[in-house]
Design a protein around this ligand. Sequence first.
Ligand code: ATP
Length: 245
Amino acid sequence: MLELKNISWEIPDGDKILKGIDLEIPDGKMTVITGPNGGGKTSLAKIIAGLEVPNSGEILLDGENITDWDITKRAKNGIAYAFQQPVRFKGVTVRDLLNLAAERTLSEREICSVLGEVGLCARDYIERDVDASLSGGESKRIEIATVLSRENAKILVFDEPEAGIDLWSFTSLIDAFQKLKNESGKSLLVISHQERILEIADYIVVIADGNVRAFGEGKDVLPQLLKEEKESKCPLGKDKKGENN
Ligand SMILES: Nc1ncnc2c1ncn2[C@@H]1O[C@H](COP(=O)(O)OP(=O)(O)OP(=O)(O)O)[C@@H](O)[C@H]1O
């Protein structure tokens, strides 16, 4: 299990972005982190992946303190992270990237299958460089396919997988998440604002203003979120003008 204990993080100018986050991410379940823009979701995901170091607090993986582990060590020990804005590499093909992620040579069929899960036709992409020639949506889908290929990963972290993805590919992605959640035994941690992703979550965490504002089973948290949205409130106890209520 991944546990976050009293995680705080501030940026160099002294602004506190995360203010003592306590969370237990259940094993083998799909947990979706949601909340208003700028609330601290990506910052938290980066801290989990080892891209940022918290100013205080601890991260435990299966009881082991991993707070000081860098991104490589965390990746080797099963934490896979899909960036909100994917990194591009000139001279590396889609095939290379997927083989690297799987830590073995995947068959054409396996590559087809994983690209198909994100709505890409392998024939058109397998030998393409993962560089700036890819559109934003293509690059995002390849990034997601890379994380799906990480066979050794125990915890898959996706930051706004829906961003820039067309409706058809999005439907494939929902199916891929459903399959992972039902069959893989892996933990999925997904940052999302998308109602269809929230609907399939086992657990939902609402992060706002650097705090956990709600955490619980999706069936309990989602109706409250939707009710607040209908009443034009943000899920943080502020209305849309930013006034507390
Ligand atoms: N490296 C940084 N330097 C300065 N400010 C930062 C940095 N990283 C994050 N922030 C600020 O911290 C706040 C939280 O950002 P974060 O990306 O974690 O929010 P978020 O909840 O993921 O938002 P969104 O839903 O818009 O993706 C924002 O105000 C952001 O501008």
